[in-house]
Structure formats: C-alpha cells, structure tokens
Design a protein around this ligand. Sequence first.
Ligand code: HEC
Length: 135
Amino acid sequence: MSKRTFITFGALLFVLAVVIPWLAFRGSGDANTGAEKVPAHLKTGQALFQTNCGTCHTLYAAGTDGNYGPDLDELLATTGQAETPEAAEGVAERVLNAEKEGVDSNTPGRMPPAILNSQQQKEVAEFVGATAGAG
Ligand code: HEC
C-alpha cells in the first residue's frame, strides 16, 4: 500500500469510527438517552434498574421498555405513586418484596428472586417507588 493510500484510508476510518458516532451522540447530552433526570439519591437505583430490570420491565423514569414482565408504570401507578411519601413507600415495599421473593418464581420464566443484593434491592425499590407512574 502506498503511503498516500494509507493516509487516505486512515482518514476515512477516522471519520467512520470517530467523527460520525461523535456527531450522533453529541446532541443527546446524557449517555442514558430516554432516562429521566432523578434526584441524586435515586441515581444508583435508576442505574441498577436499567441494567437488571429494564430488559424485562418498562419504566418511564428509567427509560426502559422491556415487555417480558408487566409495565411497572401501569402496574404500580394505581397505588398512588409518588403523590405522598407514604404512597411511594407502599410501592417501594411491594417492589422490594418482588425483588426478594420473585413472583411465582418456581415456574420457569417468571420473575426471578434475588437478582440483586439486599442493599441494591432497597435502592431499586426506593427509585421505583418514587418514580413509577411518571410520564
Ligand atoms: C427475566 C425477566 C425479569 C427480570 C430481569 C425482572 N423481572 Fe420483575 N417481573 C417479571 C415477570 C414475568 C413478572 C410478572 C410475574 C407474574 O405476574 O407472574 C414480574 C413482576 C414484577 C413486579 C410486580 C410484582 C407485583 O407485586 O405484582 C415487580 C414490582 C417487579 N417485577 C420488579 C422487578 C425489579 C425491580 C427487577 C430488577 C431487580 C425485576 N423485576 C427484574 C420478569 C422479570
């Protein structure tokens, strides 16, 4: 390969591999496109949800659209969601219970129990409790 071809090819590769992705992602600002901004204390729960729950569950505030399990905005919004701290806590309890025990987890393909450790379960439950039904 001549030096010139080499340079031309290199420049082309740079445009394809660096410039185009950069242009594509620049506008969105946040790496988690689609996820809502949440208060700092809910961020860990949000990230854990995206990684561990979002493939199966839709939740607006996490920007996830899994449809293997129920849409958690729909399922949990009826509980009154974040309108009062008590309601948020009630939802969080329900989520925590599902996280610990799973749902019907003896049947393959249902909600699996204990995907996360207990600290992480609490973070996710708090996040879902405070945000389910938003949007
Ligand atoms: C492998 C897919 C899968 C993953 C991963 C998953 N779930 Fe589920 N989840 C389900 C299914 C399926 C159901 C419905 C079970 C049923 O109704 O029999 C469910 C039900 C639920 C419910 C409803 C329980 C109730 O009280 O009715 C909640 C809340 C929930 N999941 C939260 C979570 C959270 C939080 C995570 C992440 C830690 C998570 N799920 C991860 C599949 C999943």
